[in-house]
Design a protein around this ligand. Structure first.
Ligand SMILES: [Mg+2]
Length: 163
């Protein structure tokens, strides 16, 4: 696996990552970025469709784990509780440390884990460094101009895949 931050898979949104797809790929653990992946910045609770999606993934036998760079404990915790999944905040992605911690806690090997997120330089890179398969989803909402600029800078990586 190359360490360049190319996503292995790309999906328009989180809900397109189905339990069937994950099982077919031998995935036991799906680690999730929170902001702009599970919900837009500022949202306080997951939407009904996202709740139903999380339930279906779990029913397929795949574990979920929120790995967020956010510092807002109350908010991250609220999402994790609503979805019924464990969480880590202040993850400092692209550091692979917290994804590794989550895998250790659940006794899942990197080759049986994926990390889904909307950003190349945090989520995809963190996945690569942790040895897990990165899945890139389109950001839910680009509300602020700095964030929009960041996505422009990431464009060359978004267009490509590692294979
Ligand atoms: Mg994000």
């Amino acid at each position: 696996m190359s360490f360049l931050p190319f996503p292995e898979y790309k999906f328009p949104e989180l809900r397109d990552i189905t339990g069937d797809f994950l099982i077919e790929k031998g995935v036991e653990l799906l680690m999730l970025d929170l902001d702009n992946t599970v919900a837009p910045y500022g949202a306080e609770t997951p939407s009904e469709p996202v709740l139903r999606w999380a339930e279906s993934v779990r029913a397929a036998g795949v574990g979920l784990y929120i790995i967020s760079n956010s510092r807002k404990e109350g908010r991250v915790k609220a999402f994790a509780q609503a979805l019924g999944v464990p969480y880590i905040l202040r993850a400092k992605k692209p550091s692979p440390r917290k994804p590794r911690e989550a895998m250790r806690a659940l006794n899942v090997k990197p080759e049986n884990a994926v990390l889904a997120g909307d950003q190349i330089y945090t989520d995809v890179l963190s996945a690569k460094l942790a040895g897990v398969t990165p899945i890139l989803v389109k950001p839910i909402k680009l509300s602020n101009p700095l964030l929009a600029l960041r996505y422009v800078l990431e464009a060359p990586f978004r267009r490509l895949r590692s294979r």
